[in-house]
Design a binder for this molecule. Structure first.
Ligand SMILES: Nc1ncnc2c1ncn2[C@@H]1O[C@H](COP(=O)(O)OP(=O)(O)OP(=O)(O)O)[C@@H](O)[C@H]1O
Ligand SMILES: [Mg+2]
Length: 227
């Protein structure tokens, strides 16, 4: 279980998130939404230990996440895919995947290729020469090479064409169903993400203003009232 307990974080004098609490059962699918600057990225960074909260804590399977040691968090099974194409542009697609899985199981690349056949087809290609959507899939594939129990994704669909967004969402669904990987997805494309997740949290000025079923939010005529 992943428990976010009264999490408060700031950057110097600027408060970014305040008193956020929620728990996620193994394999849960959560969408985190909110305007620019609402604190979504800060929340993910605190969960993965990339930013130290000023109050509160994140507890994973009974043990707190240590701030400042992302590698330790990844080894514990929480992978983070930050915004943008986080691949090694000068290495091949296959080299990127193998490096990501270096401390884990290099043979898992076969399963990543099954999920993303485009990566198999492009194995020898220089990662930096792939399209935006392909690089996003590679970044996802790299995160999967760490065999995560949780996948934290910061705006994975930014800049992608609608058809590619559909593919990325479908693959995330597959990952959740096949491996039981929990998903925490921050996304500006709320309608697309709501189709994938079961639960939604909306942040406004660093606070939770909605926490409920994704279907409930989807059914609302004016869901933007929350933003
Ligand atoms: N490294 C930083 N130094 C100072 N302030 C920061 C830093 N990172 C974020 N902030 C501030 O913290 C607040 C929350 O930012 P955060 O990046 O978490 O928002 P966000 O919801 O992810 O926004 P976006 O949708 O634009 O990505 C914002 O006011 C932002 O300016
Ligand atoms: Mg952000």
């Amino acid at each position: 279980m992943l428990a976010i307990e009264k999490l408060t974080a700031s950057y110097a004098a600027l408060s970014a998130i305040s008193d956020i609490s929620f728990t996620l059962a193994k394999g849960a699918r959560l969408g985190i939404f909110g305007h620019n600057g609402a604190g979504k990225t800060t929340l993910l960074k605190c969960i993965v230990g990339a930013h130290a909260p000023s109050r509160g804590q994140v507890v994973y399977d009974g043990v707190p996440i240590a701030a400042g040691n992302i590698a330790a968090t990844v080894l514990r099974g929480i992978a983070f895919v930050p915004q943008g194409h986080n691949v090694f542009p000068n290495l091949s697609v296959e080299q990127n995947l193998k490096i990501a899985g270096l401390l884990f199981d290099a043979s898992f690349v076969t399963q990543v290729y099954e999920l993303f056949p485009v990566l198999k087809a492009r194995g020898p290609q220089r990662a930096g020469s792939m399209s935006g959507g392909e690089q996003q899939m590679l970044a996802l594939g790299m995160a999967l090479m760490t065999k995560p129990k949780w996948l934290l994704l910061d705006e994975p669909c930014t800049g992608l064409a609608p058809i590619i967004i559909e593919t990325v969402m479908k693959r995330l669904d597959d990952v959740n169903v096949r491996f039981g990987t929990g998903l925490c997805i921050v996304e500006q494309n709320v309608p697309a993400a709501l189709k994938l997740v079961d639960r939604a949290i909306i942040l406004k000025s660093g606070r939770v203003v909605f926490d409920g079923a994704a279907r409930e939010l989807e059914a609302q005529k004016d869901l933007w009232q929350w933003f």
